[in-house]
Design a protein around this ligand. Structure first.
Ligand code: ADP
Length: 163
C-alpha cells in the first residue's frame, strides 16, 4: 500500500491545505494528515486536539484520509506509520528555502524517505494559517479561506478563547 504523511501545524486548516490533501489523495492509497508539534513556531492558537477535530470534520469527504497528531521526529513517525513519503505544499519562493532544507535534512537522516512537493493552487497561493488567524481574531471575513463546514466552529473556538 502506498501511504503518505502530510505533516503540518494546521493552526488552523485552510482551503490551501485541503486542496493539497485532495490532490495527494489521488496519488496515494492512503494519506495520513498529521498535526505536528513544530518547536520552531510560537505556541499557536489552537490546541493539538482542536486542530485534529477541525481537520477530521474538514476532510470527511476524502475517503482515504486519516487524521492523527504526533510530537517527535518525523522520520520516526514515518517508520511507525510504515511510509516512505512525505507530502508538503509549496507556495511562493519564501516556502522554498525552508522546505528545501527540511527535505534535505530528512533525507540525510533516512535516505529512503522522499519528500513530495505539490504546487499550490494559484487561487490559494496567498493563503496561510497565520493570515486566517489574524483575520478571524479581528472579526474579518474568513469565508472562502477555510472549509465551509468548520467556519462556524472556528469562530466559536476563537470567541471562547476570548482573544
Ligand atoms: P508547517 O508548520 O509544517 O509549515 P503549515 O500548517 O503551515 O505547517 O503547512 C503545512 C503544509 O501545507 C506546508 O507544506 C505548507 O507549505 C503547506 N501549505 C500551507 N498553506 C498552503 C497553501 N495555501 N497552498 C499550498 N500549500 C500550503
Amino acid at each position: 500500500m502506498r501511504r503518505a504523511i502530510c505533516p503540518g501545524s494546521f493552526d488552523p486548516v485552510t482551503n490551501g491545505h485541503i486542496d493539497i490533501f485532495e490532490r495527494a489523495s489521488v496519488m496515494f492509497d492512503e494519506i495520513i494528515i498529521s498535526v505536528f508539534h513544530n518547536p520552531g513556531k510560537e505556541k499557536g492558537m489552537f490546541t493539538m486536539e482542536e486542530r485534529v477535530a477541525l481537520l477530521k470534520e474538514a476532510t470527511k469527504h476524502i475517503p482515504n484520509a486519516k487524521v492523527t497528531c504526533f510530537s517527535g521526529l518525523l522520520n520516526e513517525y514515518c517508520k511507525q506509520q510504515d511510509t516512505k513519503f512525505i507530502v508538503r505544499g509549496l507556495r511562493a519562493f519564501s516556502d522554498f528555502e525552508y522546505e528545501f532544507q527540511r527535505a534535505l535534512l530528512i533525507k540525510k537522516i533516512d535516505h529512503e524517505l522522499e519528500t513530495v512537493f505539490i504546487m499550490t493552487n494559484a487561487q490559494y497561493s496567498f493563503l496561510s494559517s497565520s493570515g486566517v488567524r489574524e483575520l478571524a481574531v479581528f472579526g474579518g471575513n474568513i469565508s472562502g479561506l477555510v472549509p465551509e463546514c468548520i467556519e462556524e466552529q472556528l469562530k466559536s473556538y476563537i470567541a471562547k478563547k476570548n482573544i
